[in-house]
Design a protein around this ligand. Structure first.
Ligand code: ATR
Length: 276
């Protein structure tokens, strides 16, 4: 019988993870089955425990359960500890171990696939929710020149920056701060990452003209459609990328954690974009 994996979320029917993992398995000759697992909003823990009780090998966790997964697992890998969210669970010696591969996914997509090194760049991170928090550490590790967090609720951005201030000093990034969107006028960035969920409603935070420096990249962690943010960025002359590469890269890292082999991502990204 094939080893069983699944992505757990609510909703989960839209998830591309089964497609990606099946492609990875075919490419690497691994015998796995990968399903979608819908958990009731108040039944995450029960659904997880049942899955593993019935012989499941590993789970990907998607919205809105990443924080609950962090609380649920028996132990945490160092990266998940930093991210305060778990998107990958593996059963090891009858214990649930939690990992987070989102940050690695983002940074790998930016630096390897898009060939956009983060070091010495002026970075604007939009959003201070779970998605933004989950990638902060990984962005800082790449040593940007500066990292500014903008959020609709400024307090949340300030709290997030305070949380990472010691870490950023330790990593040699001294310029880290928070501001409301209304106070970005006159500033320029080399990399602007949209980690808000505004795109889900077809919305975007109000950004000033002239935000993108020459050669800047606009990155939306959402994928699958041209968001209002990317439309704005394109009109402002920035290069644009959606989060499909991040999705495939985080999946590849999960696959490596489970199976001990890292699949090639480029053919799968091309397949999902319909280019293959
Ligand atoms: P996720 O796990 O996807 O990050 P979240 O924790 O609910 O979800 O965070 C959503 C983020 O998107 C927050 O930063 C939120 O801003 P607030 O903290 O002010 O709520 C941001 N967001 C959602 N809709 C937005 C909108 N229309 N304009 C600006 N920011 C928005």
């Amino acid at each position: 019988m094939s080893d069983r994996y699944a992505v757990i979320g609510n909703p989960v029917s839209h998830s591309k993870s089964p497609l990606i993992h099946v492609a990875f398995a075919r490419q690497t000759g691994q015998d796995i089955r990968y399903d979608r697992l819908l958990a009731p909003l108040d039944g995450f823990e029960d659904t997880v425990r049942r899955f593993f009780h019935e012989g499941g090998h590993g789970l990907n966790v998607t919205l809105p359960f990443k924080r609950e997964a962090w609380d649920l697992v028996d132990s945490l890998d160092e990266k998940a500890l930093e991210a305060e969210a778990v998107n990958t669970i593996k059963m090891v010696n009858a214990q649930l171990v939690g990992y987070n591969t989102d940050g690695v996914g983002l940074v790998t997509d930016l630096e390897r696939n898009l060939e956009f090194p983060i070091a010495n760049k002026r970075v604007l991170l939009m959003g201070a929710g779970g998605a933004a928090h989950g990638v902060m550490h990984f962005l800082l590790e790449r040593r940007p020149y500066s990292l500014l967090v903008a959020n609709r609720t400024t307090d949340k951005a300030m709290r997030m920056v305070s949380h990472f201030i010691n870490k950023s000093k330790h990593l040699g990034v001294t310029d880290i701060s928070a501001r409301p969107y209304g106070e970005l006028t006159g500033l320029q960035f080399d990399l602007v990452i949209n980690a808000t969920s505004a795109s889900l409603d077809g919305a975007m935070p109000l950004l000033p003209d002239g935000l993108f420096a020459p050669g800047a990249l606009a990155y939306d962690m959402m994928y699958g459609r041209e968001t209002a943010f990317l439309e704005f960025a394109r009109a402002q002359g920035a290069a644009c990328a959606d989060g499909l590469g991040m999705l495939v890269e985080q999946a590849a890292e999960s696959f490596r954690i489970w199976r001990g082999v890292r699949p090639l991502t480029a053919p799968v990204i091309a397949q999902l974009r319909g280019d293959a």
